[in-house]
Every structure is written in structure tokens, then in C-alpha cells.
Design a protein around this ligand. Sequence first.
Ligand code: ADE
Ligand code: ZN
Length: 333
Amino acid sequence: MAVADALRALALRPKAELHLHLEGAVRPATLVRLARRAASPLFPDLAAVRARGRPGSLAGFLSLYRDVCRLLREPDDFALLARDLTARLRRGRIVYAEVYVSPAVVERVGFPWPAVRDVVERVFAAHERAGHGRIRVLLDAVRHFGPDAAHRVLDLQSLHPWPRAVGFGLGGDELAVPARDFVSVYRRLAGLGLAPVVHAGETGGPDSVAEALRWLRPRRIAHGVGAAADPSLVRRLARSGVALDVCLTSNAATGTHPLAGHPVLRLLRSGVAVTLSTDDPGLFGTTLLGEYRLLARLGATERELTGILRAGFRAALSPAGRHQPPDSARTLS
Ligand code: ADE
Ligand code: ZN
């Protein structure tokens, strides 16, 4: 089968996505609506959202993310984000997703975490009840908020357990605080039934990925592609089975790893487990199928594309995601 045929088949196949953020899945139209409601000049129209979706740096992207969060006025606004996200999953035939949700951001914008958690839970539960697939949550702490704020995320999970949460990770500015500063946070995860994941190797290079592996012992790494510059680290990653949740459009948009010369295929061909995700699909204007198309443009073979699709299920933190459904699954909407 030619790669073009494989891509057409992939569009119809049930897929898994392990790395996308709730706020980043917002539809541009929702963002324009929220900005109008807030009488904010930030996102006057869809073209403005599109322009900001190519920030050219992670700092620029994090500033965009803050602007999005500032438009949220009440816990129910998170239902808009969750509905945008689940609609995206349905359209993309994504039957298993692990979604980063950030209690730290929720509290920073001034909402009580339990209220927001309940709002998001209702939308995710309805999506599952309707047979569209499974969603699991990765509780996200923001690296540049520091270890105390990360502990606070775990305190919230202790106080108000969210059974849908299966993992815990660090997003934000990877270079702001070293991984070792979060050791005491990650030590608490097993007791809370949360698997460790972490953003690393996005803006950081091999040292940052090696630090994260050494101190936090993640099951998967969000991005991770900065590891590619060190062949011995790549061999270690391949042996470890730790998967990298790679997001090509995100890397290109933030300028961290442009598509020309992107190391994803080198990593894959060195035996590293690679999955494909969109990170912040609403802001970057991408879809999971779009990411597969990009990978094909970089030279992935049909076998590699279907291997990555399988890897998405294999690397799921929850047993609910580990069984790849047959292509005719009823989860297609
Ligand atoms: N939060 C949402 N998207 C992110 C990214 N690409 N890097 C770090 N933190 C994020
Ligand atoms: Zn991310």
C-alpha cells in the first residue's frame, strides 16, 4: 500500500492520542467568542488566533496560553473547552486520549479546583457514555511555578480524588527549574495511583531529558526530541521503552524543532518508542491526522505510520487504552 493510501486508511482507523492540553484544544471560534464577551482586543477574529498560533518560541506560546486562560470567567467556561476537545476526539476518531488538565492554572485564574474538575468530568463522562471512546486525565503542574505549586496539585488530588486521573506531569518552561527539584513531588505519585510523565526535550537538549529520566523516572516523556543530539542517550531511551509523545506542528510553531531536520524519524529508527500527538491542536491549528501527514512528508513509511498508531495504544497509562480496537469499532461517530 502506498503511503497516501495508508494515510487515507489512518483517517478511518481508531486512534489514541496521549499528549494534548485541555486549554490548548479550544476551538479558535470559541476563543473569539470568549474574547468578545470579555471585551478583550486579544482575539478579534479567526485570523488573529491563527497568527498567534505561530509564536516562534516557547515563551511566546506560554504567553498565548496565559491570554487564553485570562478569558475564562467562571468554572462553566471549562465545559466549553472540554466540549471543544471531545468534539475534536470524535472528529479525529480518537478512541483513547490522555488529556493534560492543570489544577495549578485553574487556581491561578481564580477558580475552585473541585468545581472545575466536576464540570470537566461531566463532559468527559458524557463522551464516554455515548460510546465515543475513553478519556483519562494527566494532572499537570507547571514547571516554572516551582515544586511547591506541584505539591499543591497533589494535595488537591488527595483532598478531592479524581478517579479519571491516571498520571501526573510537568508542563511549562522546562528550562526554568531542574527536574531534580521535583523529586519529592514525584515520590508521592505511587501513593496516589498516578504514573509519572514529564515535558522534557522540547526546549531542552539531552541534558534535560537525562535529568528527567534520572530524577523523575517517567513512564513517558512529552516531546523528548531534544534527546536526539546524544546517541548514547538515544540508545538508553530505546532500551528503556520510555515513549516520547512527539508533536511536530507544536515543535515547528514554537521554533524548538523545525520540521526540516526534525529528529523524529531518527529516534524511531533507533528503536525509541514514539507516539504522535497534537499538544495544543486548537491553538496550533492542527489535527492528529495532520500530524500523521506531516510525518509521512518527513519520509515515514506505511509500516512506520501504522507502528506509531499501535504505539499510541501500547504506551497508554490506563489498561482502558491498551487494547487497540478493531477498525470497525462502534466508537466511530
Ligand atoms: N503546555 C501546553 N503546551 C505546552 C508545551 N508545548 N510545552 C510546555 N507546556 C505546555
Ligand atoms: Zn504539551
